[in-house]
Design a protein around this ligand. Structure first.
Ligand SMILES: *[C@@H]1O[C@H](CO)[C@@H](O)[C@H](O)[C@H]1NC(C)=O
Ligand SMILES: *[C@@H]1O[C@H](CO)[C@@H](O)[C@H](O)[C@H]1NC(C)=O
Ligand SMILES: *[C@@H]1O[C@H](CO)[C@@H](O)[C@H](O)[C@H]1NC(C)=O
Ligand SMILES: *[C@@H]1O[C@H](CO)[C@@H](O)[C@H](O)[C@H]1NC(C)=O
Ligand SMILES: *[C@@H]1O[C@H](CO)[C@@H](O)[C@H](O)[C@H]1NC(C)=O
Ligand SMILES: *[C@@H]1O[C@H](CO)[C@@H](O)[C@H](O)[C@H]1NC(C)=O
Ligand SMILES: *[C@@H]1O[C@H](CO)[C@@H](O)[C@H](O)[C@H]1NC(C)=O
Ligand SMILES: *[C@@H]1O[C@H](CO)[C@@H](O)[C@H](O)[C@H]1NC(C)=O
Ligand SMILES: *[C@@H]1O[C@H](CO)[C@@H](O)[C@H](O)[C@H]1NC(C)=O
Ligand SMILES: *[C@@H]1O[C@H](CO)[C@@H](O)[C@H](O)[C@H]1NC(C)=O
Ligand SMILES: *[C@@H]1O[C@H](CO)[C@@H](O)[C@H](O)[C@H]1NC(C)=O
Ligand SMILES: *[C@@H]1O[C@H](CO)[C@@H](O)[C@H](O)[C@H]1NC(C)=O
Length: 630
């Protein structure tokens, strides 16, 4: 009896759980039906075996995890019509964003099932045909953006039933007919520009700026539907002729001012057109000379690129350029090649956006380099998630590392901001960075160069190991660091002469980075007076005078029993910064050398760790017996 009771309880419980989850399972199936029936150029991690909530890209569940309430798939490369009876089954959906794709076909009729829909973003697609006749089915519709599609037909009068509507964008479509009288007090934004609308702006919408109606065949303000021959349909309501025959003085003054402003605007536009033309010629002149692109193509390409971030495979982000530009941004730092920002997107995703300065390379070289960089997937290499290239903007998008760069860890402000890095932490950073650089050097048939290794480009991954960023920019950028900047302190002597970074010069920079980890001194720093000191020279001079212990960071000296390892690391660093490039070790050797330093005192010492394999570093200056001061 007892068994049976327990059994039926379990059954009931199971049934209950199943019912609680049933709607979510239905939603999941609807999403799978959607994604399996539409082409998309970027892969999604929508795996039927994994849970939907908090796992599938672009989805948001409600608080109890029983329904999907938001689908955000901007810029996924969705192509073709939305398969019928898929999205429409997500009856709890409140937010739908499919913008910046290439979705075609009519507005899906079955969306009328999405009764809770409040935010609809379908802009920048290829939708065509009429708008839905009955908007009143979406009682809660708050923001509707259908701009930049090919919708035609007229604006349905049922929109006047949308009492919650706050913003409404139909710009850049092919809508015709007259604008219905949308008497919606909640409406705060509207844009109907660049359609084929006619008639006049209804009274209820006259409170919006005339630019909201530009690019149509519309007249303003007057009750007559006749366009006045004196009125430029795009210039706004303030120029509509007054009913009275005589113009008041104020009106006259107004017209004079308006004329002046128009003149200034016209002149300014002329200037802008001229300037921007010259600018685009500058940017593209190289290409044009080679005859690769006609001016027309240049224009269409740059427009095409307007809203397209290029994402790398496996990247789970769902945002587009528009989001990125709208995101709240905070300057993280100014680097050799540009400014880095921390950008927090609407959905709380945080990324680092690097905005590049003058790029020497053309678009194709840039893209090729990005392809190489974006293909590197390694725990010690900061992944490039996406990039963007247009004639006046080059952006790179990376993951955000909340702990900041190793530079800020070492040299950042004291106090709450900075937790001192102990020796263990520094060793993990060194090992990680070495592995990352070794991995980078394998690319391009073993010839790939990082070109800008420095502590502000090294971060710490979730396992607290070093992680290398800013890869491969030196070859596409036209700038070299100015000679007195901190960045110049990492530069190998031969780079200063040849202006060309090679793998041995990466090794040199890495050596400087190791010295920085050991000494917590900047590669170029001032001592007391105005004198500028190069870290490498300084370490050399201290070591030569056999004051080796003076080299190390005081913070490290407080810890007993690590000086052996520190001295070994110093030796390794010194082999990296020797003057002759061919005498420097290769990155894979360095990885082994550093890993072996760690094994000395470690309890889980690897039995196979055979130290005799490693060539002894060719410096003997440092006495192992050197005294370590208290
Ligand atoms: C889905 O995930 C399972 C394991 O979680 C994996 O074996 C399978 O390959 C994945 N399928 C796809 C299509 O990624
Ligand atoms: C999603 O779930 C799969 C399997 O359950 C897991 O391997 C993967 O890490 C999860 N992804 C995210 C982003 O949580
Ligand atoms: C629509 O939203 C309301 C309130 O948020 C909720 O009570 C209702 O269950 C939702 N409808 C569906 C079909 O999810
Ligand atoms: C509409 O939204 C409000 C709050 O935004 C909510 O309380 C209400 O249940 C929603 N109604 C429907 C039909 O979704
Ligand atoms: C839009 O759809 C039309 C056919 O309906 C097609 O010819 C055109 O190439 C599409 N445009 C884009 C940008 O996808
Ligand atoms: C909308 O465009 C289609 C072709 O794309 C055309 O057949 C139809 O007549 C147009 N409708 C209106 C109202 O212009
Ligand atoms: C507004 O909605 C009501 C009922 O939902 C409907 O009868 C009416 O026709 C709608 N108004 C317009 C202009 O569509
Ligand atoms: C709609 O999309 C356009 C183009 O992307 C954008 O400029 C506008 O801000 C959006 N409007 C609303 C109300 O979201
Ligand atoms: C309409 O298209 C033009 C040109 O492509 C663009 O400049 C403008 O921002 C678009 N308008 C909206 C509201 O997206
Ligand atoms: C705009 O509408 C008029 C009729 O109102 C029509 O004759 C014309 O062909 C339309 N133009 C476009 C580009 O659709
Ligand atoms: C509407 O969009 C056009 C571009 O299509 C833009 O020039 C205009 O400023 C916008 N007006 C409003 C009120 O948003
Ligand atoms: C537009 O004007 C014509 C005559 O000019 C008139 O017959 C027609 O009723 C007017 N339409 C509206 C909507 O006012």
């Amino acid at each position: 009896m007892g068994d049976l009771y327990i059994f039926s309880c379990i059954c009931l419980l199971g049934l209950f759980l199943f019912q609680g989850n049933a709607t979510l399972l239905e939603d999941k199936q609807a999403l799978l039906d959607f994604i399996n029936n539409i082409r998309h150029s970027r892969p999604l991690n929508w795996n039927s075996t994994s849970p939907v909530c908090n796992n599938w890209t672009g989805l948001t569940c409600n608080a109890d995890g029983s329904r999907i309430i938001a689908v955000r798939l901007p810029g996924i490369g969705l192509t073709g019509p939305i398969p019928a009876n898929t999205i429409s089954r997500l009856s709890g959906l409140q937010i739908l964003s499919l913008r910046s794709n290439s979705i075609s076909g009519h507005f899906p009729a079955d969306f009328s099932n999405l009764r809770n829909l409040s935010f609809l973003y379908l802009q920048y697609n290829n939708f065509s045909g009429p708008l839905p006749i009955d908007f009143s089915v979406w009682k809660n519709l708050t923001i509707v953006n259908l701009s930049n599609n090919r919708f035609n037909g007229s604006i349905p009068s049922s929109m006047s039933n949308l009492t919650h509507l706050e913003a409404f964008n139909l710009a850049n479509n092919s809508l015709s007919g007259e604008i219905p009288d949308l008497n919606l007090p909640s409406l705060q934004q509207i844009n109907l520009s660049n359609n084929n609308l006619s008639g006049s702006v209804p009274q209820s919408l006259l409170r919006f700026p005339s630019s909201a109606f530009g690019g149509n065949n519309i007249s303003f303000g007057s009750t007559s539907n006749q366009t006045s021959p004196y009125v430029n349909p795009h210039s706004g309501p303030y120029l509509t002729p007054k009913k009275s025959g005589r113009l008041g003085e104020t009106a006259l003054l107004g017209i004079i001012i308006a004329a002046c402003i128009l003149g200034i605007v016209a002149f300014a536009s002329l200037m802008i057109v001229c300037c921007s033309r010259r600018k685009s010629e500058d940017v593209y002149s190289g290409k044009l000379q080679k005859g690769e692109m006609s001016p027309e193509k240049v224009v269409s390409r740059s427009q095409d690129a307007n809203n397209r971030l290029f994402f790398f495979e496996g990247c789970n982000y769902t945002f587009d350029l528009e989001d990125l530009l709208r995101a709240s941004a905070e300057v993280l730092g100014k680097g050799t090649f540009g400014i880095s920002y921390k950008a927090v997107l609407e959905d709380a995703t945080t990324v680092v956006v690097k905005r590049l300065k003058e790029v020497g390379a053309g678009k194709r070289d840039f893209e090729q380099q990005m392809e190489v960089v974006g293909s590197i997937r390694h725990p010690n290499v900061v992944e490039l998630k996406a990039y963007y290239y247009s004639k006046d903007e080059r952006l790179m998008v990376y993951d955000y590392y909340s702990q900041g760069s190793v530079s800020s860890m070492l040299h950042g402000k004291r106090g709450e901001d900075r937790t001192p890095l102990d020796w263990d932490a520094r060793m993990k950073i060194a090992i990680g960075a070495a592995r990352g650089i070794a991995r980078i050097h394998m690319e391009n048939g073993g010839k790939f160069v990082h070109g800008n290794i420095k502590s502000s480009n090294i971060f710490v991954n979730s396992q607290q190991y070093g992680c290398v960023s800013d890869i491969g920019l030196s070859t596409i950028m036209s700038t070299l660091a100015p000679p007195i900047s901190r960045a110049a302190g990492y530069r190998a002597p031969e780079v200063t002469d040849t202006r060309k970074a090679m793998q041995p010069s990466d090794v040199y920079s890495f050596g400087v980075f190791l010295l920085e980890l050991l000494t917590r001194k900047s590669p170029i720093h001032a001592t007391g007076g105005d004198e500028v000191v190069h870290l490498v020279r300084w370490v050399h001079s201290v070591v030569r005078e056999e004051w080796t212990a003076e080299v190390f960071d005081i913070e490290l000296m407080r810890v007993p029993n690590i000086e052996e390892e520190m001295v070994e690391m110093l030796q390794i660093a010194m082999t990296c910064v020797v003057r002759m490039p061919e005498q420097r070790p290769k990155m894979p050797e360095l990885v082994k050398m550093i890993e072996d330093v760690r094994r000395i005192d470690s309890q889980n010492r690897s039995p196979t760790g055979n130290r005799s394999e490693i060539s002894t570093p060719p410096i003997t200056v440092i006495g192992r017996e050197s005294q370590v001061s208290e």
